[in-house]
Design a binder for this molecule. Structure first.
Ligand code: VIB
Length: 200
């Protein structure tokens, strides 16, 4: 069975392009243009809603009580802290209005909906794994944090021991039940395209 480590290795080129994206560099440097940050976060709010639904599907389809409880705990966290950041960030950027999904967002919404409808725990967990692991990877730089809370908190939400433990759980689960490689590759492509789209 293919492991999460193999998958990341096989798709390293696109993975690394996402993790070292201009958006990530600028976020760390605290120099992301407000218009770029607003476009990114408005799209990510759409992403996040489908992501919460997908976490619900993972809770529902888990084949093991310990894993179900761990995913349910994470679902509660996402609905709390992360939602609070979006509310404050979008208000500050004057970007709280409704937006249409750009193509990478639409691609993610389709991928997540199809995983959710499949009810396949392995497929659902593969999408969650890419979304969380790739974010942990870019947020885990040793660089000093930017000073503006708008940038610093977006980094803080994606690193630290609790978030790393959640990613470790996703890897363990995907390694246990078997990853869906096509879904993994599609999700990595979409992560890179999602950063590109923030630049219009
Ligand atoms: C396009 C896109 N991909 C991945 C994430 C990462 N992510 C989604 S929900 C969440 C909360 C923690 O479980 C995290 C880290 C994102 N925000 N946007």
């Amino acid at each position: 069975m293919i492991t999460s480590a193999d998958l990341r290795h096989r798709h390293a080129e696109v993975w690394d392009a996402a993790v070292r994206h201009r958006f990530v560099d600028e976020l760390w440097a605290g120099t992301v243009d407000d218009a770029v940050m607003a476009r990114y976060l408005a799209q990510d709010a759409l992403f996040l809603d489908a992501f919460v639904a997908l976490l619900g599907a993972a809770v529902s389809s888990a084949d093991e009580p310990g894993a179900r409880m761990a995913v349910a705990r994470q679902l509660g966290l996402v609905a709390g802290d992360e939602d609070d950041y979006f509310t404050r960030a979008l208000a500050r950027l004057d970007a709280a209005g409704p937006v249409e999904p750009l193509p990478p967002t639409a691609g993610f919404l389709t991928l997540m909906e199809s995983a959710r409808r499949s009810g396949e725990y392995a497929t659902i967990m593969t999408v969650l794994l890419v979304a969380e692991w790739l974010y942990l990877d870019w947020a885990d730089r040793p660089d000093p944090a930017p000073t503006d809370w708008l940038h610093a908190e977006w980094i803080e939400l994606h690193r630290g021991p609790a978030f790393a433990a959640w990613v470790a759980l996703l890897r363990t689960e995907v390694d246990r039940v078997g990853a869906d490689e096509a879904v993994f590759a599609r999700a990595v492509d979409l992560e890179r395209a999602f950063f590109d789209a923030a630049y219009g």
